[in-house]
Design a binder for this molecule. Structure first.
Ligand code: GLN
Length: 496
């Protein structure tokens, strides 16, 4: 039996002091995120200006579809991770996911409303197979306790953000210059490039025996006369129209209802587990749940960048001669690329001097930074010109600060979850961790609907009418984020 848990890092080919496979995964993920963020940069503006342009509630409809897509695209990773662990293995999962995502992006390049929702659904299902498995693949390249693992993940996070930086610039430019569908098409080409990198890694045998199905027998086992390795892709494709239907029914907003139910179910299950644990384990698990909860709040503010903040950029930020509204989506990744290494060096330096703040303090600070970033946007109105347009540097500063916050929380949180969860539910907790991004999009949907501007079809929006809606909203978000950060910091001494 081939076991992906058995690592032979020292026998695998090495490059620049890391397993050579890391560099193939780096480029595969770079291009996958290129497609994901290139498309995300266009998504809200495309819905507002094309799909829903003729209806009065176009902002609200866009908010619901964006939130439902974001929630499902992250929740699907829970299922994709489980199927990979039990049946497909990481390699097949990554191929299946990558192919579905590439098709999704190419379908987006077709000008048609039904194609639009089918494409989003293909990306939801594809990402479910791709994203969790490429991340666990990185971990599998190193033996347990290998000191290079953390820096391996930092390099990988860089790849994510190089994709996230370049894609909005290029896809945004293509969309503005030649039309939306060229932008979406380029995202699809990016995904193909990712798959080619992954495939060439396999051809060059840089992954050793890793990422194979956990059991060849289970992989080939026939269910209803069809081997599981074929059955799963078939079922995955059958889910596409169902998800497309859920996404297109924005008035009913089924996805929000589904997530309320999942939220209660997860909390009830965690409550039940906590009840059965001893005191130390219970306290640890409680901490893990709190960390995930704070992360959900943070992503809830952070992920507004692809929705309300993109709309604010397009309606109220003076961008002429700088960049387009969709291109502003590149700023977060740009700051992550610049700051990731300095901040990880800072933690290292503070650790050496026994001053490294504990995780709850970092999380409290991260939320305070999110609050500060929205506060900056909220006061941008004070510098608005007579047309209601605010200077670009507010948006620039906002992205700088929230990116520092991201680096205080996201990379730290993931490793803490694995430390704090009881061993028998680590995989489940990893799923809950991914669900934090999924639930965050429900917060995004709620806020974006609150800040929706009514549309008079055929009439151009006057920035003077929208400015205070946004700045007042950002002020409220800032207060909530600052309040949450203050509460976390206040209780941090108790969270040991
Ligand atoms: N930017 C990171 C990525 O794309 C994390 C995003 C998230 O989890 N919400 O992988």
């Amino acid at each position: 039996m081939l076991d992906k848990g058995v690592s032979t890092a020292t026998e695998d080919p090495q490059m620049f002091g890391h397993p050579k496979g890391l560099f193939y995964l780096f480029f595969a993920e770079l291009w996958e995120r290129f497609s994901f963020y290139g498309m995300r940069a266009l998504l809200t503006l495309y819905m507002v200006n094309e799909i829903f342009k003729a209806i009065a509630e176009r902002d609200a409809a866009t908010a619901v579809v964006y939130a439902s897509y974001g929630s499902l695209v992250y929740a699907s990773t829970v299922i994709g991770g489980q199927i990979s662990d039990k049946i497909l293995g990481m390699r097949s999962s990554i191929f299946l996911g990558g192919i579905l995502m590439a098709i999704g992006h190419f379908v987006l390049a077709i000008e048609n409303d039904i194609a639009f929702f089918l494409a989003l659904a293909l990306i939801v299902v594809g990402n479910g197979f791709f994203k969790p498995n490429i991340s666990t693949f990185v971990g599998a390249l190193y033996k347990d306790g290998d000191v290079r693992k953390d820096s391996g993940f930092t390099i990988f996070y860089m790849g994510i953000n190089i994709g996230g930086f370049v894609a909005p610039l290029l896809c945004g430019w293509l969309a503005a210059e030649y039309g939306w569908h060229y932008g979406f098409g380029l995202a699809g080409i990016g995904m193909m490039a990712g798959l080619i990198f992954f495939w060439s890694g396999i051809k060059k045998n840089v992954f050793g025996d890793k990422g194979m199905p956990p059991s060849q027998e289970v992989y080939e086992k026939k269910v209803a006369g069809i081997p599981q390795k074929t059955l799963i892709p078939i079922i995955a494709v059958l889910f596409v129209p169902v998800i497309a239907y859920l996404l297109s029914s924005w008035q009913a907003n089924y996805v929000s209802g589904i997530f309320k139910f999942i939220g209660f179910a997860v909390l009830a299950y965690l409550g039940y587990i906590m009840y059965s644990l001893d005191t130390v384990a219970r306290k640890k698990l409680f901490m893990a749940v709190l960390i995930t909860f704070f992360m959900t709040l943070f992503w809830g503010f952070h992920e507004l960048s692809g929705s309300v903040i993109t709309l604010f950029a397009s309606r109220n930020v003076a961008l002429e001669g700088i960049m387009s509204a969709s291109q502003t989506n590149a700023l977060n990744s740009m700051f992550i690329i610049i700051l990731a290494i300095p901040i990880s060096l800072l933690w290292g330096y503070l650790s050496k001097n026994k001053l490294n703040p504990r995780t709850p303090y970092k999380f409290g600070l991260g939320l305070l930074l999110a609050g500060a970033s929205f506060y900056i946007l909220s006061i941008s109105g004070l510098s608005a010109n007579e047309n209601g347009m605010v200077p670009f540097y507010y948006l620039f500063a906002m992205y700088f600060i929230i990116s520092v916050g991201e680096l205080f929380m996201s990379p730290v949180g993931l490793s803490k979850i694995t430390d704090l969860s009881p061993k028998n539910i680590v995989a489940f907790m990893m799923g809950v961790w991914f669900l934090s991004s999924a639930f965050a999009f429900q917060i995004v949907g709620f806020i974006s609907e609150e800040l929706a501007i009514e549309n008079v079809p055929g009439q151009v929006i006057n920035p003077l009418d929208t400015l205070s809606v946004y700045t007042d909203g950002f002020h409220l978000i800032a207060l909530y984020a600052l309040g949450a950060g203050a509460v976390v910091l206040l209780f941090s001494p108790l969270m040991k």
